[in-house]
Design a protein around this ligand. Structure first.
Ligand SMILES: NC(=O)C1=CN([C@@H]2O[C@H](COP(=O)(O)OP(=O)(O)OC[C@H]3O[C@@H](n4cnc5c(N)ncnc54)[C@H](O)[C@@H]3O)[C@@H](O)[C@H]2O)C=CC1
Ligand SMILES: CC(=O)C(=O)O
Ligand SMILES: [Mg+2]
Length: 615
């Protein structure tokens, strides 16, 4: 395992650009103005250019005749390519015109222009997203999505996704049929209780499933007609929201205990009844429900928890990359001292996957695995002496006297000074806790190339900035953050490389592989295959430069690879039941290359199809 084969496949070009292949027809049951008002079929681009509102239409004349559109549009027809160029022109002019304004104003303006495009013309929106993923991911995903959630009531223009509230108890089985699409493949579900590091945002957390599913379309090529963002509104404990007259959710405290679980159970049953093969990704649930729902559903439904399982795989890939960056063999992972800051769903997910990887390296022996991991939470170092020690954290708690000189609750600074860790990894949600003192203590690390992972989101919640990490911990570190930072100019032509350690490198591939395998459930083996795939993706030359993760530009390619690895694992574990016309037997007989080809061929790509009216 963990073979470091150089990924031989030539990486996909960033996108297929404007293919000359003739797209197949798309049947449409609407006509006339109804088509123009449906962003899925619409081919008109409305844009502001030099302060003029222009509407450029991509409907050819024959199509206008077929669909009763003649006379409803100005006569000029422009191509998809021209529309794309027009949109990018207006986006770039917005960038220019907002220069010098506060970051939050610029980011929200960018989010609005993208969101407006989505609401009018999905094909063009997804093309723009795919072709500019590096620029647009920070807008539709972290960090801007956090700002969008915080301001959701004010930004809300038209609904996206479905809302199931505590008031819908007993109705969900019929409600699910209100969703207009016949088929749904991917659902991202939240209850809004822990949105990034921003806490309980109640119903406003819907921005997260929307952003994650946009990443599914961009990275995994999931057809946007088959995605469903879902908010389970069980109330909020955020007093400010409860008192906000613009708040759009239920004004009641969160349901607890059985009452809460009954709502989630009912939703899961309803989804399964209508779309038995849909994958459900749980996202941004507070820790107690994140673990409980994962245990409750993972064998019964095809689901996973992204914060626990997706994050764990991404972090593990980064930890193994760190071993390579030190010029050590992967087996040296057993000697790496790792301090994890944050004992929540993400931090504990990382530790348990890392311990499993260690025990596999040691020939499946659990004995002693994880002794070199240290867990710090808001009350300091976690030891067995902790009052009310959380059972989920207990396996990682240090025994009394296990580390001489460190007591229960020792501060992060004390822990780093004493342990001299190879890796300091933050999943605490607390901005700036890797302060100057802590970062300077990392200079005493036992590693020749210490690693600092400030994985909390969004940017202001990162445990430290990239600039501070290189400044205080030294130029020889490797650095990764959950939200993007610019690379750091270290002077003398040297660059401090900033990695983005974010579960976006895995969840799209986990979902895609699970979907196309038709797996009954998502096993540890499938998740491990995803993490291994990501870990082996980076070349030695890249590692030497401090690069641990691929560029966001190649997210479609890495997702295809991860999807293939997940599918292969599902087949090996006999969990794959097939997808569409491809049955389990055919999947079993596919080579690795054929699986990757199958995955790639099934990735949706946005182009205008000729619309044909279905009588
Ligand atoms: N980069 C990525 O891919 C991911 C990042 N995250 C980020 O990780 C953060 C935490 O997420 P969860 O684990 O789900 O949250 P959580 O609420 O379950 O856990 C937070 C943990 O941080 C600890 N903590 C709070 N204040 C602290 C302090 N001052 N010092 C040390 N520890 C402290 C708490 O005790 C708790 O154990 C969030 O900001 C989230 O955005 C989560 C998932 C993926
Ligand atoms: C990235 C992510 O899933 C989070 O910050 O919660
Ligand atoms: Mg999350």
């Amino acid at each position: 395992m963990w073979k470091l084969a150089r990924v031989a496949a030539t990486r996909l070009t960033r996108s297929r650009r404007f293919s000359t292949a003739i797209p197949g027809p798309c049947m449409v049951h609407k006509r006339g103005a109804d088509i123009l008002h449906d962003p899925w079929f619409n081919k008109v681009l409305f844009s502001f250019c030099f302060l003029l509102l222009t509407s450029d239409t991509g409907f050819p004349l024959t199509e206008r005749d077929r669909l009763g559109l003649r006379g409803l549009l100005p006569p000029r027809v422009i191509s998809f390519e021209q529309q794309y160029a027009r949109f990018m022109e207006s986006y770039r002019s917005l960038e220019k015109n907002t220069q010098g304004q506060p970051n939050s104003v610029v980011s929200l303006a960018k989010w609005r222009i993208l969101n407006r495009l989505h609401d009018r013309n999905e094909t063009l929106y997804y093309r723009a997203l795919i072709d500019n993923i590096k620029d647009f991911a920070p807008i539709i995903y972290t960090p801007t999505v956090g700002l969008v959630c915080q301001n959701y009531s004010g930004l809300f223009r038209r609904p996206r996704g479905m809302y199931f509230s505590a008031k819908d108890k007993g109705e969900m089985m019929s409600m699910i049929y209100n969703w207009p699409a016949h088929q749904v493949d991917m659902i991202v579900l939240t209850d809004g209780s822990r949105i990034l590091g921003l806490g309980d945002l109640g119903v406003q957390g819907i921005g997260i499933p929307i952003g994650k599913l946009d990443m599914y379309v961009a990275a995994a090529g999931i057809n946007p007609q088959r995605i469903l963002p879902v908010m389970l509104d069980v109330g909020t404990n955020n007093q400010k929201l409860l008192e906000d007259r613009l708040y759009l959710g239920l004004r009641q405290p969160r349901l607890e205990g059985e009452e809460y679980l009954e709502i989630v159970d009912e939703f899961m049953e309803a989804v399964h009844a209508r779309w038995p093969k849909a994958i459900v990704q749980f996202e941004d649930f507070q820790m107690k429900w994140a673990f409980e729902t994962l245990e409750r559903y993972r064998k019964r439904f095809c689901m996973f928890n992204d914060d626990i399982q997706g994050t764990a795989g991404v972090a593990l890939a980064g930890l193994l990359g760190t071993v390579r960056a030190q010029g050590r063999p992967l087996t040296d992972f057993v000697n790496q001292k790792i301090v994890v800051v944050g004992a929540g769903s993400a931090g504990l997910g990382v530790l348990s996957m890392a311990v499993k990887a260690l025990s596999r390296m040691a020939g499946n022996s659990e004995a002693g695995a994880g002794k070199q991991f240290f867990l710090v939470d808001k009350d300091g170092l976690v030891t067995k002496e902790r009052n009310n020690l959380d059972p989920a954290a207990a396996p990682f708690a240090k025994a009394p006297g296990e580390i001489v000189g460190l007591r229960e609750g020792a501060s992060l600074h004390e822990v780093v000074k004493k342990v001299k860790p190879h890796v300091l990894l933050g999943l605490s949600g607390v901005g700036g806790i890797f302060n100057e003192e802590v970062l300077k203590a990392m200079r005493e690390s036992d590693s020749t190339k210490p690693a600092i992972f400030a994985m909390s989101n969004p940017t202001l919640n990162a445990e430290c900035t990239a600039a501070d990490a290189f400044k205080h911990a030294g130029e020889n570190i490797v650095f990764a953050s959950g939200s993007p930072f610019e690379n750091i100019d270290l002077g003398n032509g040297k660059v401090g490389y900033v990695n983005q350690a974010n579960n976006m490198y895995l969840f799209p591939g986990i979902g895609l592989g699970a979907l196309l395998s038709g797996a009954r459930s998502i096993s540890d083996g499938m998740l491990q295959a995803a993490a291994e795939c990501l870990a082996t993706y980076i070349t030695e030359e890249e590692i030497e430069k401090g690069i641990l993760y691929p560029s966001v530009d190649s997210i479609r390619h890495i997702t295809a690879e991860v999807g293939a690895a997940v599918l292969q694992a599902a087949v090996a574990e006999e969990l794959a039941e097939g997808h569409g016309e491809v049955g389990p037997k055919e999947l079993q007989h596919m080579s690795k290359e054929e699986i990757t080809e199958y995955i790639t061929a099934n990735m949706w790509f946005p182009i205008y199809s000729p619309l044909v009216h279905e009588k």
